[in-house]
Design a binder for this molecule. Sequence first.
Ligand code: PLP
Length: 394
Amino acid sequence: MTDKKNSTKIVSAGRRPEWTQGIVNTPVWRASTILYDTVADLRARGAADTHHKLFYGRRGTPTQWTLADALTELEPGAEATLLYPSGVAAVTTALLAVLAPGDELLVPDSAYDPTRNFAGGMLKRFGIDTTFYDPLIGARIADLCTDRTKAIFMESPGSLTFEVQDVPAIVAVAKARSITTLIDNTWATPLLLPVIAMGVDYSILACTKYVVGHSDVMLGSVTAAEGQYERLRAASYQLGQYASPDDAWLGTRGLRTMAVRLKQHGEAALKIAEWLKTRPEVARVLHPALPDCPGHEIFARDFKGASGLFSFVLNGGDDAARAALIDGLEHFGIGFSWGGYESLALPIDPHRFRSATRWEAEGPAVRLQIGLEDPDDLIADLEAGLARFARKRG
Ligand SMILES: *Cc1c(COP(=O)(O)O)cnc(C)c1O
């Protein structure tokens, strides 16, 4: 039998007849207390492995297990997945699961800002030191590894600036030294970059973005490679991590259409990125599928496609000129997060979140989340925006 494609798998992955009773999307099973028939029954359940068995609400119900198992099935080589109340909770719990006082952690300079804050905040307070590294470092990350280095975090492409990391090269360095690897795979999802198959130990998603896909639920996940699940489970249980069944239910509903949404987001975003590249008001477009994006050759080698989030740098101008562009947009909301059906524009200032490298730019920058609107309407909207920018810039 040939291996099923992910776009086929995603339609029914994680579903079990005993959880659905024939209903298409596993219903919302809400619970705190689970009742047992006898004292002996209660004791036996507590002593056994509670994975996928009703035990106590915090350990989940079939509603959460459906989404978790579906995400596991999308990552060949994965053992299991746990859900979290947000993407940030997924990142922080995964890091706490693999680090101890005295350890060192490596984090790319392009990492999502709250990930940086956790490293510099709570991890530091607990005696864990972080070294930030150039996201384009590749195999030279070996030079930063010491006897104390216990984990290498990756995020590819990088938040805001979209540098593509050489995941296989970094994994090879880590494996030779028994260092744990984790990646924030929110941009690509397992559909565009199956990172567990590439040797990464933990694949982290802010499901809030493409999995949910409708800008109305906070949710995170960590998928563990074979042999890496137990310490994630232990840390998550000790911390009391839990995602609500209602949110998991919406997450599964979103996941079923993620392949087709990603394809549309990706095609529209690339069209718009290529158009922006032709504009004199734009100095640079930061999109991994464009040949001049840092790490593009790695993107072309490893990724199955691009999703719908990228940035561009304006040619000169100041904050007010950038605001003139963004404020008047008709189809782009102004707001955080991404991965929903609606386009968004966000002013970004990457230099504020750098310590190992310098971010230098020709002008202010804008991040675009390309939604499901017609790309030609979005281009017309941006064209008018660039004219407002140019007028204000003078
Ligand atoms: C949004 C985001 C997160 C955090 O997800 P939340 O669900 O908002 O907590 C983590 N990583 C990346 C790359 C993100 O864009």
